[in-house]
Design a binder for this molecule. Structure first.
Ligand code: F6P
Length: 370
């Protein structure tokens, strides 16, 4: 109430004679007046997707692929044995950590959450009881083999779910939604090459990318700017949804998604450290985003990543204390299967946290999305 009174001191009502506007009343009612033009209409569409409920995103790259091991970029290869082991661990993490019901969901979602947290001795039908054990979660992958294979062991149970508008639904847990706009940045004629081969065969292209990684477009391929554009509808959908969302994606793609939520400048985005075998948990909140990183496969268990870039092109990874250490020349040892408890204990011990606070005057990042 005090906060509201504070706002009232400064807020001025906008009326029709003041020109175009979009009013949002209690996050449910929208009044759009005289809005024209491409950008203004996009802004209206964007704000209509925002909501004030807490939500969490989980970002992970696919497990190690055959191409990762060979140091090749792009392609559509399958997973190595270490990649398969990561997929198994991710399935445990999804069920035991991502889908674990949280007391704070109860506090925020009121009656809906109370129904969701029905007591064990509730004599409702078994479907309802199943809902007590997990919170409803979403799963998106790219259309490429390596992300599909990484998501293959994730459980898909079904239970009744009540949305916050009261609608009831048969919810399939972690229903897989492959999305083409999550496919990795396409390297065009360089697809399937190693960085060294690119440097040897196309030294000028290589140098141009080193000089301006954000705008550089591979011959017949894409640039980070292109990827940013194709991720725009995805970001809008992420703003809209309420359930925890796990994205199994790719390095380049997740850099952009990460940068969007952490409020990083576009120039920094192509250098963000998104190592294999880690899950990044992002929780947007008013004026910022909280990040936690869980490492599901420790350094010494990893096979050589094989895809390290020249150090000069990774300034943020080197500077950012919150980022996990980039993987370099790991011994080629096979990773061992791990039981549930061991995995979760180690993952929780591995947590690295950072908080991104958006600049006070950053209008976009300060939009009331939470
Ligand atoms: O090496 C793995 C990979 O996902 C490649 O397929 C992709 O080209 C690359 O990472 C993107 O990273 P960067 O933009 O740093 O080359």
């Amino acid at each position: 109430m005090a906060r509201r009174a504070n706002y009232e001191k400064y807020y001025e009502t906008v009326d029709e004679e003041d020109g175009p506007f979009c009013k949002i009343i209690n996050s449910h009612k929208y009044v759009v007046h005289n809005i024209r033009g491409y950008l203004s209409l996009k802004v209206v569409h964007f704000v209509m997707n925002l909501h004030t409920l807490p939500r969490t995103f989980y970002l992970t790259r696919h497990g190690q692929s055959e191409y990762n091991l060979l140091g090749k970029i792009g392609g559509d290869s399958g997973l190595t044995p270490a990649g398969i082991e990561y997929a198994r661990r991710l399935a445990i993490f999804a069920k035991e950590e991502i889908a674990r019901p949280r007391p704070e969901d109860q506090a925020h979602n009121g009656e809906v959450a109370k129904a969701f947290f029905r007591k064990e001795n509730d004599d409702s039908e078994s479907k309802g009881n199943e809902a007590n054990k997990e919170r409803p979660c979403r799963l998106w992958t790219s259309t490429l083999r390596r992300t599909q294979e990484t998501a293959q062991f994730i459980d898909h149970s079904s239970f009744n779910h009540t949305f916050d508008n009261g609608e009831q639904f048969e919810w399939m847990q972690f229903r897989k939604k492959p999305r083409r706009n999550l496919d990795e940045l396409y390297a065009g004629t360089c697809d399937g090459m190693t960085y060294q081969e690119i440097q040897d065969v196309y030294p000028e292209e290589f140098a141009r990318r080193q000089a301006d990684k954000l705008s550089y477009r591979y011959p017949r391929g894409e640039s980070y700017m292109d990827v940013t554009l194709r991720l725009e509808p995805l970001a809008q959908e992420m703003e809209r949804i309420r359930e925890p969302l796990l994205i199994v994606g790719h390095q380049g793609i997740l850099r952009i998604v990460y940068a969007y939520f952490m409020g990083l400048g576009r120039k920094e985005a192509p250098y963000v450290s998104i190592p294999l075998n880690n899950v990044i948990e992002l929780t947007p909140h008013a004026y910022g985003c909280h990040e936690k990183r869980y490492c599901l496969m420790m350094k010494e268990e990893m096979l050589a990543d094989g895809q390290d870039e020249p150090v000069t092109s990774m300034p943020v990874a080197a500077k950012n204390p919150g980022s996990a250490t980039p993987i370099t020349n790991m011994p080629n040892t096979p990773s061992k299967a791990m039981d549930r408890t061991q995995l979760l204990t180690r993952a929780r011990k591995s947590i690295q946290e950072i908080d991104a606070n958006y600049a006070e005057d950053d209008a976009i990042m300060n939009a009331p999305s939470c």
